[in-house]
Design a protein around this ligand. Structure first.
Ligand SMILES: [Zn+2]
Length: 164
């Protein structure tokens, strides 16, 4: 499975969180000079996701030096479905590996290490934890994570799997 990397334009910004959820390295471009987004994509080998038709018409893209996908739908579900299907992305590429907020690789933590930093009910029920070294956010496979996963499964039409 290819390790696609992305840069997500501000006009489809919600996609960043979902791609990171699947484990794909995804930068968010907050707007401004499109040329800097194009330069970053080119330098780092990232695919641009955008609703800006001008970007996909740039010569770098039409000549195949840079890949950019023009996202068609308004809703996040349609947007994710489009990119998953057009690139053949794996919704379980590397789950639980990238911070949804800042795109940093997560690091494993023991229960003891996070004991004072997660709600008691979480500590009681969850065994596995990851921490973002950049923002300090702690992740576990709780209900929010499961809900996002189910939504991805629905998008690709996979039968629901048991989540422990
Ligand atoms: Zn983070």
């Amino acid at each position: 499975m290819e390790a696609f990397r992305f840069i997500v334009d501000h006009n489809v910004g919600k996609m960043a969180k979902w791609l990171r959820m699947m484990g794909y390295d995804t930068l968010f471009f907050s707007g401004g000079d499109d040329s800097s987004m194009v330069a970053t994509a080119l330098a780092q080998g990232r695919i641009i996701l955008t609703r800006d038709g001008g970007i996909v018409k740039r010569r770098l893209v039409t000549r195949g030096r840079l890949e950019a996908i023009l996202i068609e739908g308004d809703r996040i579900e349609a947007q994710m479905k489009q990119v998953i299907e057009s690139l053949g992305l794996d919704i379980r590429f590397k789950p639980f590996s990238i911070c949804l907020e800042c795109n940093q690789p997560l690091e494993e933590r023991s229960r003891q290490q996070v004991q004072d930093r997660v709600p008691p009910y979480v500590f009681k029920t969850q065994q596995q934890y990851m921490e973002c070294p950049a923002c300090g956010r702690i992740y576990w496979r709780g209900t929010h994570w499961q809900a996002m996963n189910r939504k991805l499964e629905q998008l690709v039409g996979e039968p629901q799997q048991e989540v422990d």
